[in-house]
Design a protein around this ligand. Structure first.
Ligand code: FES
Length: 179
């Protein structure tokens, strides 16, 4: 019985004995945790601050859509181009599209395919001369203005130019309405 008591005291002493490496381990893990939190915070805040300070310009560039003779006056066709800010893992999703309309001999207009209500892609219905949005029934006229439904504003447009016979579109992550 006396032996049992002394054994229990010995076990208690073993359990409560401070591990000499425990303090160092905790300090190390604390440093790792603080460093990880700092890296995570930097990932979130640095781009936001750079954007607010205007250091990170939104990429935009002119991209060829084809020779102007490939497009008939009065017709609206779908054109595809590469997104101006694709991510390395984007793959085919880096391709985006617009609706290109040749207004006359020298004038083109490129509409964003995204509905101005909640962003669904609109379809061009040539027989009706209308853009239709399948999500909530938004309808746009051929010039991009709202015909009916919930869209609050006309379709966004991209700047378009003719450069040495080629129709070029100025792409940017968010289409800029030119008029
Ligand atoms: S997203 Fe087009 S009508 Fe709602």
């Amino acid at each position: 019985m006396a032996n049992d008591i002394s054994d229990n005291r010995f076990d208690d002493a073993l359990i409560q004995a401070p591990d000499p490496h425990d303090k160092q381990r905790r300090a190390f893990l604390t440093k790792v945790g603080v460093a990880a939190a700092g890296v995570a915070a930097a990932f979130v805040t640095v781009p936001a601050i750079a954007f607010l300070l205007g250091l990170r310009k939104s990429p935009s560039s002119w991209r060829s859509l084809g020779h102007m003779d490939d497009f008939k006056i009065g017709e609206t066709v779908e054109v595809t181009f590469t997104d101006p800010s694709p991510l390395p893992w984007s793959g085919v999703t880096a391709k985006t599209a617009a609706w290109l309309r040749r207004k006359n001999e020298n004038e083109f207009v490129a509409f964003a395919i995204y509905c101005t209500h909640l962003g669904c892609p609109v379809r061009w219905i040539p027989t009706a001369n209308l853009f239709m949005c399948p999500c909530h029934g938004g309808v746009f006229y051929g010039d991009g203005t709202v015909a009916s439904g919930p869209p609050p504003q006309p379709l966004s447009t991209y700047p378009v130019r003719i450069n040495q016979g080629l129709v070029e579109i100025q792409t940017s992550p968010v289409p800029i309405t030119t008029g």
